[in-house]
Design a protein around this ligand. Structure first.
Ligand code: UDP
Length: 237
């Protein structure tokens, strides 16, 4: 498979066409941004780690019946994926209070939510990806009512699967962001699942092993990304 015409560059990935219509080449960059693009930098070998983590996670989910856009890995920072008609929604799943939830609701960081929390955000950089509810999503035609229910069900299912997957690697899955799209009539998980899009804490020490090290200038960013991959490889041979 050849990398074809350049299609799109996002904050952390580039997308190219391939010779097969509907199949896209997703290249993971080392670039990192935070605060909606205000803070910029690079994280050494992030692209390589994120490619490997996404491939492993999406393959694990697919085995458990979650449809994903992943086809195959074709390079150390390259995945082939199905083109999806993306929903203009971000689905955030939360198991432990952190990040924007702590600021918005005044809940102390680290409080556990045993049932998990599903949140919807409008995918719109100009608006800073605001939190929305189901009625907003329906009023803005972001998805049908059935699609919205399905996306939330998939979010809950993926959360249960990934909590266990990361815990086996001694990582607490604090929260994470998912993006879904349509492939024919089917709702499919797209994008990436990586330490850029998940908060992951060490099970014992609760040390942050994710993009918060970059966001909060905690140091040891590259090492944290490498550590996540090393643990997943060790736990899921
Ligand atoms: N997240 C993401 N992309 C976004 C917003 C959030 O990947 O555009 C992830 C983030 O890494 C975290 C979770 O979603 O794992 C919840 O993020 P939060 O709402 O706390 O926002 P943040 O603190 O990142 O502003």
């Amino acid at each position: 498979m050849q990398k074809g015409e350049f299609v799109y560059e996002g904050k952390a990935k580039r997308i190219y066409r391939t010779e097969t219509p509907g199949v896209f080449w997703m290249e993971f960059k080392d670039d990192a941004t935070a605060q909606n693009g205000l803070k910029r930098g690079t994280i050494g070998d992030k692209g390589v780690v994120n490619t490997e983590v996404t491939r492993r996670v999406l393959q694990h989910l697919a085995k458990s019946g979650v449809p994903t856009h992943l086809r195959e890995q074709v390079g150390e920072r390259d995945l082939l994926v199905d083109g999806l008609e993306m929903l203009k929604l971000e689905v955030v799943m939360r198991n432990v209070a952190a990040g924007s939830l702590v600021k918005r609701l005044g809940i102390e960081e680290g409080r556990t939510f045993p049932q998990g929390i599903v949140e919807l955000y409008l995918k719109d950089d100009d608006l800073g990806d605001p939190l929305i509810n189901d009625d907003h999503a329906l009023a803005m035609n972001l998805a049908t009512a059935a699609e919205l229910e399905h996306v939330k069900d998939l979010g809950r299912k993926i959360n249960i699967l990934l909590k266990e997957y990361f815990l086996a690697a001694d990582l607490i899955l604090v929260d994470f962001k998912l993006e879904f799209g349509r492939r024919g009539g089917e709702i499919v998980l797209g994008d990436e699942v990586t330490p850029d899009t998940c908060r992951l804490w060490d099970r014992e020490t609760r040390k942050k092993l994710d993009k918060d090290r970059f966001r909060q200038d905690l140091g040891g960013v590259e090492e944290a990304y490498q550590e996540v991959l090393r643990r997943l490889v060790a736990a899921h041979a």
